[in-house]
Design a protein. Sequence first.
Length: 577
Amino acid sequence: MIDAQRQDQVALLAEVTAAGGTVHGPNRIRCPFHDDQHPSAGVYEGGDKAWRFKCHGCGFNGDLYDVRAKWTNRPVEEILREKSGRPSRKPKRIYPSLEALAESAPGKVEAQYLYTDPDTGRIDLIVLRWLGQDGKKQFLQASKNGSGYYLGAEKGPKPLYNRTRVRQSQEVVVVEGEKCVHVLHAIGIVATTSPGGAKAPDKADWSPLAGKRVYLWPDNDENGLAYTRTIGKLLERLEPAPEVYRIEPGMLELGDKEDVVDYLATLDLQDKAGQSAAVRAVLQDAIPAGPASRLSQRIEAIASGKMREISWPWRLVTELTHALLPGTVTVICGDPGDGKTFWLYQCAFYWQSLGHKIAVYEMEDDKEYHLHRALAQLEGRSYLTDYDWIKAHADEARESNQRQRPFMDALARSMYECPERQLALPELAVWVEQRAKEGVELICIDPITAAAGSAKPWIDDLQFLMRAKTAIREHGSRLVLVTHPRKGRKGAVGMEELAGGFAYARFTHCVLWIEKHVPPKTSRARTRSGLLPDEVQHSRTVNICKARNGSGSGLQLVYEFVPGNLRFEEYGILTKS
């Protein structure tokens, strides 16, 4: 029987990303299974048509299910059994003792961590920490079965570590890994962690922390921060609610991936009392992290300028929408030929001039085509796109290109072109996630409607948007999507007319609809020249169909698209009086 998941390259890339890998391209992937500073992994299609992930650094090689088993610390047989819904026919190997179990590990076992039920004294889970032949630390999970032990965890939520002491203490520090728990216990501070650390916090039962004061101390890396963010959301569901605080490892001058163990190692304190006092001082300075505290953090971020709005090249659309705040999605819609791509070019040059980091995925035509049109706009001379004019004025065209080379090089570095085949929405979601992780402030796709479709596009659109929103919210990016009206609805304007159905209307923050007028239209608009409306002739109207963060919803802005320089000029707000 054909396994469609194993033959799906996009599904494999998504699994590698979920495991913590960084996908720069199918053959340029930072492996999630070792400290891969330079991309040393890629995916390839085997003779059986199955796609596999291979790392030349650590030697891992396997398909989607092997990757899932690796990052969730579970046997691949268990993964396949979950997929099929059938019980495993292969009996588990039972080891008579913990020593025999440890000897089965393919390396030197450094530590055994026992997850013990405080009520029954039963061992619910065993975690073995061992070193592989490459010197990298690895973990295995095992469970007790009668008088013996077997590899793998029991079904259901995973227990927290150190539950007996957690029950007895009103204050608990949540760290990443059992080693950190033991280091804090040695200086009189109660701590806990979930099996697998940052890999799967949502698989654990956090109910022992209900009603307690909880301090979240992450490792100083993206996985650690994501770990505590997830835990914070899970703790919000508990009754009675815990009092949650968050420790910022960056404020402790920790290096990349360093944790509480490294922090204690940096202190010039040999006695446990001094170390305990130093850790308690860190806890006293922890930041409140409860549900309402995020509102306080948002207000402070806005007031301090940390939560920074990025402006459009035009004053009114900026002031009326506040569309480009961190974590927002803006949709630019219009019929073919209305100038949406030129709008995006103008924005890109403006944002670059202000020093913002951008990324633009052009889904139609190659990079040279778009750079050519962008050069004409930057020069303010539309005839630079004319083939016959360039033939007749070759030196002048070369001079224009040379004059704008720094700007065009910057745009080219930030522009991605569509390959020979159409990308599917899951692939675009991976691209958005990678750009957000890289710190790109403005991520643009032109047009999103050029993505390869499926039999259920409404599901694809929703899943893409949810993944993309999660990525930009976590990293403070902004997403701008160019789209079209629904098929057969040329000339229509409105939220219900957007291609992609309800997802782009309901789950975005701003929708701007560019409307073209042929011949140009004469309207009354409140312009910059004064408070009274002026009569102006214009070839474009920009409809603010939605502005969740601004006051402009329902307003229409009067614009002129100047054919000579291929730029948009903002005139004012359309008025009927």
